[in-house]
Write a protein that binds this ligand. Structure first.
Ligand code: SF4
Ligand code: SF4
Length: 280
């Protein structure tokens, strides 16, 4: 297709160090920084860390391969990671955001969930507005998504419905009409995790209700991809008995970036939510 339209393929392998407002840095693909115009095409999926991955999260693909791990260690929780994503979007500044929700992914996203037909294609110049419409379609409060909240505070876009015009083939419609005509109220996002900030956050900080990855032993092929992808020095997931058994987690070291869950090629890792004190 690219050859037919005489479009050169870019590999995003060469990166440029770009300083961030918090004194850290990102290694961004030069191809993304130097292009005439970037058009971001994402898939509509759930995401263990940020609840959803759509227009905003897609730009993490502009961080060159090996530096993705570094990003997860520099920004180890949903809030700091969301802040970084907003700044990254501002630096690469796509001109248009497209999100393919013709077939979306629900459940254990972004790689091990289940396909679900949504039949929508979303487009906007405002990635926060686009992700907000995504949220409405899957019956998720947009203010529960950290990239939406910080995206508006930091000036990337808006998640407030009175500032978003939703235009469909049938003309402009309200958020309620959107939900009624195109939404899927049964779309499986984790609603326990998708909640407003509050008292439970203290318990989460204390580790009582913290989400964590775990391996479904019957599905594990002992390939070691999760171990390789763990960005923590000394590894928070590793084999402790050669490769005879699946890897084991050291939850004291684990920063909950969920890279292992995302990278496992056999859908053997799930994210367990809100561990209760008596749960293993
Ligand atoms: S990546 Fe998945 S299949 Fe491979 S060792 Fe880890 S849990 Fe098992
Ligand atoms: S074990 Fe998994 S979730 Fe924990 S730090 Fe490593 S890659 Fe991230």
């Amino acid at each position: 297709m690219l050859e037919k339209h005489n479009v050169p393929l870019k590999d995003f392998l060469t990166s440029e160090r770009v300083e961030t407002a918090d004194g850290k840095f990102l290694m961004i693909a030069k191809d993304a920084l130097d292009c005439d115009a970037l058009i971001s095409v994402s898939k509509m999926k759930t995401h263990a860390l940020e609840r959803i991955t759509g227009a905003v999260k897609n730009q993490y693909g502009c961080i060159s391969g090996v530096y993705k791990k570094l990003g997860h260690t520099q920004y180890p929780n949903a809030e700091s990671f969301a802040h970084m994503l907003i700044e990254l979007n501002q630096k690469v500044a796509p001109r248009l955001y497209i999100c393919d929700g013709i077939v979306a992914m629900e459940g254990n996203g972004p790689t091990s969930g289940d396909p679900v037909s949504m039949g929508v294609l979303l487009m906007s110049t405002d990635p926060i507005a686009l992700d907000t419409v995504f949220c409405h379609l899957v019956n998720l409060d947009p203010s529960y998504v950290p990239t939406n909240l910080y995206g508006e505070t930091l000036g990337l876009g808006t998640w407030h419905d009175d500032r978003i015009e939703i235009v469909t083939a049938d003309g402009t419609i309200s958020e309620k009409e959107l939900k009624r005509k195109y939404g899927n109220p049964n779309f499986n996002v984790d609603r326990r995790k998708a909640r407003k900030k509050g008292a439970l956050d203290l318990l989460e900080i204390l580790g009582v209700f913290q989400s964590r990855p775990y391996i479904i032993e019957e599905k594990c092929k002992k390939c070691g991809v999760c171990v390789e992808s763990c960005p923590v020095e000394g590894k928070a997931v590793r084999f402790d008995n050669g490769r005879r058994n699946p890897p084991v987690y050291d939850y004291k070291k684990c920063i909950r970036c969920f890279c292992c869950q995302e990278m496992c090629p056999h859908q053997a890792i799930q994210v367990k939510k809100h561990r209760l004190p008596w749960e293993k």
